[in-house]
Design a protein around this ligand. Structure first.
Ligand code: RTP
Length: 155
């Protein structure tokens, strides 16, 4: 048996204001920890409008953009970087589909949300987006490179 070694892929995962207000931070972090991913950066931040507009720049022409930004500035978010094998793709699967009507039960959105405009969490959709988003939310020195005896040896 050849074990595929855990790699150093990283994703930017964010708990949106509704997730924070509803007290779901611990549950969401727990899912990523239990799955076998390594938390390498974490902060709670009340982001500015300009910061969020830049984060969602690809959506700036969408009709829902203004309401998306006002939702995202309505309270603090929890910004995180998670690391591990296939974290970008797996993170999206763990979050569930954007519209909770289509999110599978067992996913975060599928278990905790019912509408697109209040869908609790964000996850990078590609490795390129992850790199862009991580650089947008974190300084290099806020990201921690460390070896986890448990994760790096056994997951
Ligand atoms: P996210 O970036 O937040 O992880 O979401 P996503 O990739 O699954 O979906 P995306 O299309 O990038 O949309 C970003 C966020 O905008 C809100 N949204 N509202 N029709 C609507 O009202 C609508 N569509 C999208 C959601 O909060 C979505 O997560």
């Amino acid at each position: 048996l050849i074990t595929k070694m855990a790699n150093n892929e990283r994703s930017f995962i964010m708990i949106k204001p509704d997730g924070v207000h509803r007290g779901l931070v611990g549950k969401i972090i727990q899912r990523f920890e239990e799955r076998g991913y390594k938390l390498v950066a974490l902060k709670q931040i009340t982001a500015s409008k300009a910061h969020l507009e830049e984060h969602y720049v690809d959506l700036k022409d969408k009709p829902f953009f203004p309401s998306l930004i006002s939702y995202m500035v309505s309270g603090p978010v929890v910004a995180m970087v998670w690391q591990g094998l296939d974290i970008v793709k797996q993170g999206r699967a763990m979050l569930g589909a954007t519209n909770p009507l289509a999110s599978a039960p067992g996913s975060i959105r599928g278990d905790f949300s019912i509408q697109t405009g209040r869908n609790i969490c964000h996850g990078s959709d590609s490795v390129d987006s992850a790199n862009r988003e991580i650089a947008h939310w974190f300084k290099t020195e806020e990201i921690n490179d460390y070896k986890s005896a448990l994760i790096d040896s056994w997951v």
